[in-house]
Design a protein around this ligand. Structure first.
Ligand code: ATP
Length: 319
């Protein structure tokens, strides 16, 4: 990324004049100005004050592999970690790396995603150095069939981490959303590669909003760690803790599946006992949410009968 040197200088949150920036980068003031304009594409907000120069208000703390691992409770050979300044999608990177059998879990983290993804081709807003974009590839033996509840188990791990940081009113929405005070703070995207009947890899994609710039537009209520904690989160710490928790979860899940997580899911289930709509393409069913099965399927009661719904094309909404 060409602008990284410029971003690194501005990450201290102080003002730097165009002239000084130009000298540092070996380019003209006009070229500096052009590059600063370009930073808007990454979702970075550059403040410009006549006579003072340019700054990123509040500064930025950048990710570092060393710092992430210092917060992760993992043995030295437990993980391969790949930090990217800029990428299309960390899930795509992890899918690529997981074409072959993995010796150990492999994680990609990034400062910025140009094509962050949600379910079914939806976009995940991923501004530079403000949030957590993490994809962890893990080896799954015994076939993909048991993976139905994996997205929910990841949701439990993320919700528990938020609660452990004293964030209140944390909830999960089947199958892949993490909410705080009813607003979306994170999302999960699970993808698979390999032989789905035998040995395959699951890519566990997690996005958690850290400190969203005001200019980022999200078409549903959203929040971030900064708002909920009242301070800018240390992303290295969050990523480190998240990686340890996800690796421990994947080992447990690989042995016993979702059943161990069912009760833990209930603690955060935002829909339990509520009137809901289940949307499956053109089809819509209204009923009362009755939790999830021990495999992670959604249970909804309609006219006294409880039906199971399985991930993929199904969306759930409160009425
Ligand atoms: P479903 O219930 O079917 O999963 P969803 O709206 O939660 O529906 P996802 O694919 O899980 O869909 O997430 C993508 C959606 O999340 C986007 O369409 C957008 O509305 C919202 N979104 C995008 N970026 C962010 C973000 N950084 N933080 C919170 N929400 C976001």
């Amino acid at each position: 990324m060409r602008e990284l040197a410029l971003i690194s200088v501005l990450s201290d949150g102080r003002f730097h004049s165009g002239e000084v920036l130009g000298k540092m980068l070996g380019v003209s003031r006009a070229a500096v100005w052009k590059r600063l304009q370009g930073l808007a594409l990454y979702g970075l907000e550059i403040e410009s004050v006549r006579g003072k120069g340019y700054r990123i208000s509040g500064g930025l703390s950048l990710l570092s592999e060393e710092a992430v691992l210092s917060f992760a409770d993992l043995s030295a050979d437990a993980l391969d970690l790949d930090l990217r300044t800029e990428t299309g999608s960390t899930n795509v990177d992890a899918l690529y790396a997981a074409r072959e059998r993995l010796v150990r879990p492999y994680a990609v983290i990034a400062e910025y995603q140009s094509s962050g993804r949600g379910r079914r081709g939806r976009v995940w807003q991923s501004p530079f150095a403000s949030s957590i974009y993490l994809s962890l590839a893990v080896e799954i033996t015994g076939g993909a069939a048991k993976l139905e509840g994996l997205s929910l188990a990841v949701g439990v791990v993320v919700a528990e981490l938020l609660a452990a940081h004293s964030i209140s009113d944390v909830s999960v929405k089947w199958p892949n959303d993490i909410l705080v005070r009813g607003k979306k703070i994170g999302g999960i995207l699970i993808e698979l590669t390999g032989d789905l009947d035998a040995s395959c890899r699951a890519i566990i994609g997690v996005g958690i909003n850290g400190a969203l710039p005001a200019a980022v537009e999200i078409d549903q209520p959203a929040t971030d760690l900064q708002q909920e904690l009242g301070l800018r989160p240390d992303r290295n710490q969050w990523v480190g803790q998240l990686l340890s928790a996800l690796i421990a979860m994947s080992e447990q899940f690989s042995e016993k599946g979702f059943s161990n997580f069912q009760r833990r899911w209930e603690r955060f289930d935002s829909m339990l006992g509520r009137s809901v709509r289940v949307i499956q393409g053109e089809r819509e069913v209204h009923g009362i949410a009755r939790g999830v099965t021990e495999r992670g399927a959604l249970l909804v009661e309609t006219e006294g009968l409880i039906a199971e719904y399985h991930g993929g094309e199904v969306s759930l909404r409160a009425i």
